[in-house]
Structure formats: structure tokens, C-alpha cells
Design a protein around this ligand. Structure first.
Ligand code: NDP
Ligand code: GDR
Length: 446
């Protein structure tokens, strides 16, 4: 039996030929040959192969051949996967915070993305301008289509024409406080809008996977701490009630029509793209503006409320993961930590060396007729079944938002990028440089 006599290859030796020799143990003779390193890499035990012209029957050759065919098959499979039909996703609410992150995420994953956008008298695509593609491009991978969750005919038409593989229903009147002012409209869009979309799926005869943006607001007056998929709902606003309807109609269509439909029960998630009337962004923006001297006070409502705040970019990944499972299920998505609005103020103003108590005033208009005091999620199911976990801490999230707002506001004011982040990502305020920039007209960029 022959055995391999050469040393194992190293990556830089791929394709090189070396003189080597083998030993025929039975005949106790040696044979010279040229060794060629075929494959080498970071997984040496698997990917380093040697050839010897006489070793057809040698055990090491056969072992290597098995390894080689494993590697070749792996390579053969790769292009096949890439050549598979391009997956098509439809996102309602693409112009919102989550819609913009999800669209980015799906484009990176290779999807063709369609976004349902409602008509507005002014541009409402600010969050997706950076990924917008001219519809005149020969093959745009992101396309926006006019439609409305209030208009069943538009939903039907869109589904028939684009035949999506996955639908992410993120569109909603999503502001809890505002839902007390426009309860009927909130029910119409946030609740019945989901039903319209589900019916449009049935009418069009397609079988897409469906994601419903459910909310921790459904837990409202919480019946358990922390809240998980088994915790009973007790909504405390027209918004929360509408989301409970949307949740159950999604479950019902899954059970009645065997639709692959999931509810993602997401807890609060924020980002620099968060709407400016939600408390996190309202605070980070105000802190930046106060630092720049263009705002004097900040009016808020209940400072004692506690929320489980995560980063929106992390949460859209969970939405996608839910639709990649073999079975449609509902999942809680949360960090498992909770902070009060006061904590948020402390971090946000602290980044800029400000004391929030000097600027914050209470305005009863921002109180809610029925408040949700504490929300904190238990996302164990998602962590074990989806392999999902949040990556950004509360402190980093708020710091990032403050920095982004400081940059945006200073650009708006002075046309310069005013923010400098220290090694920990905190913004460093340099008033003298700013004065110099304004007085001297220098373009100061950090
Ligand atoms: P946003 O308010 O930022 O975005 C809502 C989106 O819905 C916008 O694109 C908006 O369009 C669109 N929309 C509103 N009304 C209609 C309508 N009639 N027809 C079609 N589209 C409409 O919300 P988020 O991105 O923060 O949230 C996404 C979804 O997730 C929402 O359903 C929200 O309720 C839910 N959710 C959010 C959480 C969070 O913490 N962010 C937590 C749990 C659930 P336009 O830009 O024109 O206003
Ligand atoms: P929420 O978020 O109601 O949890 O809904 P929001 O940021 O609006 O409020 C969080 C908490 O802060 C208190 N608060 C204020 N809120 C606002 N908006 N403005 C204020 O001035 C203010 N002062 C104090 C609130 O009373 C509340 O307790 C968000 C939305 O994204 C929903 O769509 C989503 O479903 C839930 O999160 C999970």
C-alpha cells in the first residue's frame, strides 16, 4: 500500500508543483513524482489536497478524493443557489423607519423589493432616498408602487401584478397618542388594513409568506412581567386594540386557509430614522438642538413610563428570519431590558454634557388617557428558534441617535459636519471651532 510522503500544503502554495516521493510498503520501494498543491485554505484538514499519479488505490488518495468531491460539490451547489429565481418581497410602510431598514436588508439578501407607498402632497421617501432606483433603469431591484391599506382594489392589483414570495405588512397609523385623536382611522388602517391585505392574498390566488407587524402595545396593562408569546393581551389605546385585531386575523387566516402567516410581536425599537414625534427621537433631537442653541425647552408627558428599547436595524432581521422557518409561528422580539423616559433623558443629554432637568417641562397634552406603564419582553423563543439576538445596547442606541441628530442639525444650521465622536462613540462638542467656522466661514469637517 502506498502512503503519502509529502508535507501538507499552505495557502501560498496552491497550484505549485514540488518533487516528492512515495513509498510502496509491500515492495518496499520508493517512487518519485511531482506533487501539485491543488487546494489549500483556512480549513487545512479539509481543503489541502495532494496528487500523486500512482495513488489511485492508495487510501490517502481515496480519502483526498472524497474531500475533493465534497469541495467540488459544494462549489457546484453555490452557483445553483444563486441562479435560483430571484425572490420578490412586498413591503407596506416602506417609507417608515422599519420599512427603510427592511428594504436595505432584503436588497442585500438579493431580493427584488417592491414598496407600497401612499400618495402624499410632499415627498415622503426621505428614509429610502439612498437606496431609491430610477424606475427607468433597465432592471431596478427596488420599485415603489402607489397604494393604500385603505384601498382594497389597489392591494389586489399590486399582488396580482408582482406576485410576491414574501409580504411584510409594516404600514400603519403607528402613533399611540395620536390613535386617541383618530381612533376610527387607526382601526381602519392598523386593524382592517391587515384584513384587506390578507383577503387580497386569497383573491389573487398566490401563496406568499406573510409577516404582520404586531406590537408590545397589545400587552398594555401587563398581565405578567416580562411578556412573552403566552402573555394575555390587555391593550390600552385604539392603536393597541387595532393591533390585537390584526394579530388575531393573521392567526385566523393561518389556521383557516393554511397561510404561512407570522406575527412579530416587536417591542419598541428606535434609530436615527425614528419618527420625530416618538419619545426617543423627540429627546435626542431636542438635546442636539439645545446644544446648538436653537431650542430652549423640551415639552414631554409621562417621564416614569418604562420601555424595552432596541435598535430597529436588529429587529428587521428578526422579521426576515420568521419567514425563513419551516413553520409559521408568532414571536416576541425584545432586548429584555427596560428603562424609563428619565433614563433616556439622562443618557441623551449626558452625551452632550447637559442636565436635562434644566430644559424639560411637562405638558399634559402628551399624557395618554390610558397609559402603558411598563413593557419588557422575553424573547427566549426567538433566540432559540430563530437564532436571533439584539446587538446594540440601549446606551449605544441613544448615543448613536444623539450623534446623528447633532450632525443633521448642525448641517442644517451651518452647512458643516459638526460632530466628532470620541473613541467610545460619544459626540464631542467643540464650541470654539464652531464659532471659528461661523465667523471665519471655514468649512470645518471632522
Ligand atoms: P412608522 O410610523 O415609521 O411607519 C409607518 C409606515 O406606514 C409609513 O411608511 C407610513 O407611510 C405607512 N402608512 C401609514 N398609513 C398608511 C396607509 N393608509 N397605507 C399604506 N401605508 C401607510 O412606523 P415604524 O416603521 O416604526 O413601524 C413599522 C410597523 O411596526 C408599524 O406597523 C408599527 O405599528 C409596528 N411596530 C413598530 C414598533 C416600533 O417600535 N417602531 C414596535 C412594534 C410594532 P407614510 O411615510 O406616508 O406616513
Ligand atoms: P410607544 O412609543 O407609545 O411606546 O409606541 P412613544 O415613543 O410614543 O412613547 C413611549 C413612552 O414615552 C412616553 N412619553 C412620550 N411619548 C411621546 N411620543 N411624546 C412625548 O412627549 C412623551 N412624553 C412621555 C409615552 O407616554 C410612552 O409611555 C411605540 C410605537 O412605535 C408603536 O407603533 C409601537 O407599537 C410601540 O412603540 C411598541
Amino acid at each position: 500500500m502506498f502512503y503519502q510522503n509529502g508535507k501538507k500544503g499552505i495557502p501560498s502554495e496552491i497550484g505549485k508543483k514540488f518533487p516528492d516521493e512515495c513509498v510502496d510498503k509491500r515492495r518496499n520501494s520508493r517512487k518519485s513524482f511531482t506533487k501539485e498543491i491543488l487546494i489549500a485554505g483556512t480549513k487545512p484538514e479539509r481543503e489541502r489536497l495532494f496528487t500523486c499519479p500512482w495513488h489511485i488505490n492508495c487510501s490517502l488518495y481515496r480519502k483526498n478524493r472524497r474531500k475533493k468531491s465534497f469541495i467540488m460539490n459544494r462549489r457546484k451547489n453555490r452557483p445553483k443557489k444563486e441562479l435560483a429565481r430571484e425572490r420578490v418581497a412586498l413591503i407596506t410602510g416602506i417609507t417608515g423607519q422599519d420599512g427603510s431598514y427592511l428594504a436595505e436588508f432584503l436588497l442585500i439578501k438579493g431580493y427584488r423589493v417592491y414598496g407600497l407607498m401612499r400618495r402624499s402632497s410632499s415627498f415622503n421617501t426621505g428614509r429610502i432616498d439612498h437606496i431609491y432606483q430610477d424606475p427607468h433603469d433597465p432592471n431596478p431591484r427596488l420599485q415603489l408602487i402607489y397604494g393604500d391599506l385603505n384601498d382594497a382594489s389597489s392591494l389586489n392589483k399590486i399582488l396580482r401584478s408582482i406576485q410576491p414570495d414574501e409580504i411584510y405588512n409594516l404600514g400603519a397609523q403607528s402613533h399611540v397618542r395620536v390613535s386617541f385623536d383618530v381612533p376610527e382611522y387607526t382601526a381602519e388602517i392598523t386593524g382592517i388594513g391587515t384584513l384587506r391585505l390578507l383577503e387580497a392574498i386569497r383573491d389573487s390566488g398566490i401563496q406568499p409568506k406573510f409577516y404582520q407587524a404586531a406590537s408590545s402595545e397589545m400587552f398594555g396593562k401587563v398581565q405578567a412581567i416580562p411578556q412573552n408569546e403566552q402573555t394575555p393581551f390587555y391593550p390600552r389605546s385604539p392603536y393597541g386594540v387595532a393591533k390585537v385585531y390584526a394579530y388575531w386575523i393573521t392567526v385566523n387566516y393561518r389556521e383557516a386557509y393554511n397561510l404561512f402567516a407570522c406575527n412579530g410581536i416587536l417591542f419598541n425599537h428606535e434609530s436615527p430614522r425614528r419618527g420625530e414625534t416618538f419619545v426617543s427621537r423627540k429627546i435626542t433631537k431636542a438635546a442636539a438642538r439645545i446644544k446648538l442653541g436653537i431650542q430652549k425647552e423640551l415639552f414631554l408627558g409621562n417621564l416614569e413610563a418604562r420601555r424595552d428599547w432596541g435598535f430597529a436595524g436588529d429587529y428587521v432581521e428578526a422579521m426576515w428570519l420568521m419567514l425563513q422557518q419551516n413553520e409559521a409561528r408568532d414571536y416576541v422580539i425584545a432586548t429584555g431590558t427596560h428603562y424609563s423616559v428619565k433614563d433616556l433623558l439622562n443618557v441623551a443629554f449626558g452625551v452632550l454634557d447637559l442636565d436635562w432637568q434644566e430644559y424639560v417641562k411637562i405638558d399634559a397634552r402628551y399624557y395618554r388617557p390610558t397609559e402603558v406603564d411598563l413593557l419588557v419582553g422575553d424573547s427566549q423563543k426567538a433566540r432559540t428558534q430563530l437564532g436571533w439576538q439584539p446587538r446594540m445596547s440601549f446606551q449605544d442606541l441613544i448615543r448613536t441617535m444623539v450623534n446623528a441628530d447633532l450632525e443633521e442639525e448642525s448641517k442644517r444650521l451651518y452647512g458643516i459636519n459638526y460632530v466628532m465622536a470620541d473613541s467610545e462613540g460619544s459626540a464631542i462638542y467643540e464650541p470654539n471651532k464652531l464659532v471659528e467656522a461661523v465667523d471665519g466661514g471655514h468649512s470645518l469637517k471632522w
